[in-house]
Design a protein around this ligand. Structure first.
Ligand SMILES: [Fe+2]
Length: 568
């Protein structure tokens, strides 16, 4: 039986489950080329069906999520949603009443689900689905934080876990704690949107001149450039108070925004970022610690946008009484289409453990790749086996080149995990700068991250046995003696966000093994295959276009080695 999950808000998308296995999942941005797309996920839905060779009428259940008043109004008046998208992404002129717009947003979104919301949202979503050709299906609503919780709980592989969700807000809440025990996911605590540490961090991002809901990771990165100071001296330390398993914000979101603005006015921005990051880390670690104590469950799984913050995750991981952890790789709202499908499927079948990998998107066969390359006069190409390709790429890495690496199914979630990646050596500032100038154009304070062969991780990172991170969701400190070898993949404070690679990605792990033969350790710099501000590439045509636009010399694409004659 097939269950389709859909999400039609920030980072919209679709996911398809067959019985107890995730078959396909992707986000709409990859199709429309608008990062964190907000439109109804028509393309993702159709791609899911095409991948599984299904007709619309083969789908028995469709689950969607989030019916709070603001989302319901956006469904009724999609123009508002589009306007906010353009405003948030700085794609339109700065509105005259920007402050007022923010205040309206915080006021409305806190309201949650009002009585008529479910009916209206359901009827609008059903209308859109029916127009696409769906018929005779059950349409289910999954509450926002239940979708987040299900995404982590049912893909972690743990049979018993403490499930913690935290984000800006959704359906009137900013967080929840549930337990997964004896085959049941049970909500124990709900945290109201007024007390959202996610909104706090979103506001800090905005005040620092960056895009909320998108650039929070930059705040985290910038914080490392501040001189350190103790939490006692942190001017924001009283903004949140954790008591047991309750979090209380000192100010409501409206007053908080004004107070943060005033504070930021007086403080250098990296210090302001440091204060916010330090507060988040403290609040999160304390909260997770108290939740473990209260429920006496030591394996903890996380979802929600807050857990994109790998440094805060690291604080939680370092808790002594946390034994194992898992962060759902698509932790933000981009992951709740799958969360909804998982929850609906769980309710029907009782299953709590679904087959899941990060490689859930589209892939392309040799014909399609050759077709995309045909007529590209500036590119030359030749076929290569996995083994040859691995050696070839390793030699190019060793010689100080960066290259594009496009293989198999597109990754699900915000990170490139060796199927839509750009790779280079991990120990050269020069290559990193070249990559940044020609391709990535990231801000100077943003670090790159490494892919490391699983067995090499303990040699390079201060690794514990609490979890293997296949999805780049966790911060680790680099071992002191490895700082030179990780010059281009560690942050200024010596932390890094490693992608730990095993046999789940054969071509990529083969390449890393060859790199190890040449360099002594199986590690490369791995950054997402995209242009700054654009989504990660999906098709061979997307990849070729970026290769040409950035004058990148080399690309390995599904068994094809491509050279750009105009490459720099
Ligand atoms: Fe969320």
């Amino acid at each position: 039986m097939y269950t389709l999950g859909i999400w039609d808000g920030h980072d919209s998308g679709a996911a398809l489950i067959e019985d107890d296995r995730v078959v396909y999942a992707a986000n709409e941005e990859r199709f429309t080329k608008r990062k964190l797309e907000v439109k109804f996920p028509v393309n993702s839905i159709n791609a899911a069906l095409a991948y599984a060779k299904l007709k619309h009428t083969d789908i028995q259940e469709i689950a969607f999520t989030t019916t709070e008043i603001s989302k319901t109004v956006e469904r009724m008046l999609p123009h508002f949603k589009e306007q906010y998208y353009l405003f948030r992404r700085r794609k339109r002129e700065r509105p005259r009443f920007e402050n007022l717009l923010h205040k309206r947003k915080y006021l409305v979104t806190q309201l949650g689900i009002l009585p008529f919301c479910n009916t209206i949202s359901k009827s609008i979503v059903a209308g859109q689905l029916n127009r696409m050709g769906f018929k005779d299906y059950k349409l289910s609503i999954v509450e926002h934080h239940t979708a987040h919780a299900a995404s982590a709980a049912f893909t972690s592989g743990f049979s018993k876990s403490l499930v913690i969700t935290m984000d800006g807000l959704g359906d009137g809440l900013c967080g929840s704690v549930s337990t997964l025990e004896n085959g049941k996911l049970e909500r124990k605590i709900s945290i109201g949107a007024r007390d959202s540490i996610g909104i706090f961090f979103e506001q800090v991002t905005n005040i620092l001149g960056m895009r909320e809901l998108e650039d929070e990771g930059k705040v985290m990165a910038m914080a490392c450039y501040s001189y350190p100071f103790s939490f006692e001296d942190n001017k924001l330390k009283d903004f949140f108070k954790v008591t047991g398993t309750s979090i209380r914000a000192k100010h409501g979101p409206l007053a908080q925004y004004d107070k943060l603005k005033n504070l930021a006015w007086q403080i250098p921005r990296e210090q302001f970022a440091y204060m916010a990051q330090q507060l988040l880390e403290n609040v999160l670690a304390k909260y997770v610690s108290n939740a473990i104590d209260r429920f006496n469950i030591h394996d903890v799984v996380f979802a929600g946008g807050i857990f994109a913050n790998v440094k805060a995750n690291m604080m939680a991981r370092n808790l002594e009484h946390l034994h194992h952890w898992y962060v759902f790789p698509h932790m933000g709202d981009g992951g709740i289409a799958l969360g909804s499908a998982l929850y609906a499927s769980h309710l029907r079948t009782g299953n709590t453990n679904f087959g899941f990998s990060a490689y859930l998107g589209d892939q392309y066969d040799e014909n399609r790749t050759e077709q995309a390359l045909r007529g590209e006069r500036s590119l030359s190409y030749q076929k290569e086996s996995i083994v040859d390709q691995a050696s070839h790429a390793a030699e190019l890495v060793k010689a100080g080149n960066y290259m594009m690496w496009f293989q198999g199914r597109m990754e699900y979630g915000p990170r490139a995990l060796g199927n839509r990646s750009i790779i280079s050596t991990s120990d050269s500032e020069t290559v990193k700068e070249k990559l940044n100038v020609h391709v990535k154009k990231r801000e100077w304070f943003q670090p790159f991250a490494p892919s490391i062969l699983e067995e090499d991780v303990p040699k390079i990172m201060e690794y514990d046995d609490k979890g293997v991170d296949k999805f780049m969701t966790m911060g680790y400190m680099v071992r002191e003696k490895m700082r030179e070898s990780t010059k281009s993949v560690a942050h200024i404070d010596g932390s890094a966000r490693p992608h730990m690679v095993g046999e789940e990605n054969k071509p990529y792990s083969e390449m890393l093994k060859k790199v190890r033969k040449l360099s002594g350790y199986g590690m490369v710099l791995n950054t997402s295959f995209n242009l700054h501000g654009l989504p990660i590439v999906m098709t061979p045509e997307d990849a070729i276009a970026i290769m040409k636009a950035t004058k990148t010399r080399y690309m390995f694409m599904d068994g094809m080695f491509i050279t750009n004659k105009a490459g720099v």
